[in-house]
Design a protein around this ligand. Structure first.
Ligand SMILES: Cc1cc2nc3c(=O)[nH]c(=O)nc-3n(C[C@H](O)[C@H](O)[C@H](O)COP(=O)(O)OP(=O)(O)OC[C@H]3O[C@@H](n4cnc5c(N)ncnc54)[C@H](O)[C@@H]3O)c2cc1C
Length: 375
């Protein structure tokens, strides 16, 4: 069997954008994606740095839908008790967009499908390195050979972890739910804003979605969450009632807390190397950042554009762009870890709490044990 050029694995933002970038470079990849654009859709703040990347890929139109809104106001109680309108602690470039994430991902995947990749709607089950590239075994039993692989499988990093060490700065998890307004109460127009509130065992994030539901996320460590959290709405209500501003927003705009939250991983992880001889990791598969940065989607877009160009160059026997990509991702991770420590370092009110203590350390100098990360 003749090996195909490039296989893209994963149907999220990184995978779809890689297919588009490869098509722009004149290549038709195999796209192994069980359900392109179909979730899990956590996180909706798109940093303004994404605009140029989308424009370069011919994708600016994706942001014009009235199903997204401009991110005009962010308030935070972080490092101080008062709620302050913000600024620069998290987004150095200013405001961005609040997306209807499901719509954005579906539109992005539709744009990718229009470039006519060879779609395999199944998972990757196994990948073996061969002298000519890779032998990929798919979930439906089929097998394909390819010269280069772009691993866009999110935090699973199926190819990257096979070739490399995955580092972890923390075990951050989120308990999250989407609240609707209580229609038995008088109408209140909810404020189109985002609110961040630090508390002793973590921090809260609430954002008014474009469809007027309120996304509420609590970020903490697994050992600091109340047990049974995801089964009992009373635990969730009790945690919310211990906040100052999140609670006030929910109550004043008549949002109803009706069901327990879902849980998801949100920790900072990165591979020791984002690329190797005939593969590159893209998006969360290469480096997944604490959502405090609100940069995960933008980073996935940027990496997809860069890694696709590097993959094309690889097929033309030019290995330099791949090395440059690896070095750029490594620098990005380093910069992020510095910024992460600085931002968490701004909060001193809870310095005795395990959550904040763990984040005031430089993760690059500590073992998981020293960071309080369970094995
Ligand atoms: C709570 C939370 C809030 C966040 N908030 C924001 C925010 O406000 N702004 C922001 O920019 N970012 C945010 N992020 C980060 C952002 O969501 C991610 O960075 C982004 O989704 C990464 O996209 P991806 O395509 O790399 O990975 P994913 O979206 O995880 O996609 C991975 C894809 O790979 C597929 N896959 C996995 N295994 C296989 C396999 N074996 N075979 C084939 N396919 C496979 C999956 O089905 C999926 O389609 C947040 C993250 C979390 C957890």
């Amino acid at each position: 069997m003749t090996p195909t050029g490039i296989a893209v694995i994963g149907g999220g933002i990184a995978g779809a954008t890689s297919c588009i970038a490869l098509a722009k470079a004149g290549l038709r990849p195999c796209w192994i994606a069980p359900t392109p654009g179909d979730g899990p859709h956590l996180g909706e703040t798109l940093s303004p740095a994404a605009n140029t990347i989308l424009e370069n890929l011919g994708l600016s139109g994706l942001l014009t839908s009235d199903r997204h809104r401009h991110a005009n106001t962010t308030f935070s109680a972080w490092g101080h008790d008062q709620l302050r309108e913000r600024n620069s602690i998290i987004h150095l470039e200013g405001a961005g967009m609040v997306l209807n994430r499901a719509v954005f991902e579906r539109d992005l995947c539709d744009a990718a499908l229009k470039t006519r990749p060879e779609l395999f709607q199944t998972t990757l089950r196994d990948a073996q390195s061969t002298p000519n590239g890779w032998q990929l075994v798919l979930g439906d039993g089929r097998s394909i050979q390819t010269r280069f692989v772009l691993d866009c499988t999110g935090r699973k990093a199926v190819i990257g972890q096979q070739n490399n060490q995955m580092h972890r700065a923390d075990q951050l998890v989120t308990a999250w739910s989407c609240l609707c307004q209580d229609d038995t109460k008088p109408d209140v127009e909810p404020t189109p804003a985002t609110l961040i509130e630090a508390v002793s065992n973590g921090w809260w994030y609430a954002s008014l979605l474009p469809d007027k539901r309120l996304m509420v996320c609590y970020f903490s460590d697994p050992d600091l969450l109340p047990s049974g959290m995801s089964h009992d709405v009373a635990h969730w209500e009790s945690l919310i009632s211990q906040t100052n501003y999140i609670k006030q927003w929910i109550e004043s705009a008549h949002f109803a807390v009706q069901s327990p939250p879902s849980l998801a991983s949100a920790g900072t992880t990165w591979l020791s190397s984002a690329a190797g001889e005939n593969w590159a990791s893209v998006g969360d598969a290469a480096a997944a950042f604490d959502p405090l940065s609100s940069h995960g989607m933008t980073t996935a877009l940027w990496m997809a554009a860069q890694a696709s160009n590097a993959a094309k160059a690889y097929l033309e026997n030019d290995l330099d762009p791949l090395e440059k990509y690896r070095a750029a991702v490594s620098k990005g991770v380093d910069d992020f870890l510095t910024q992460r420590r600085k931002i968490y370092g701004q909060e001193h009110r809870f310095r005795d709490s395990a959550f904040w203590r763990r984040r005031h350390q430089d993760v690059r100098e500590k073992s998981p044990d020293q960071l309080g990360i369970p094995a």
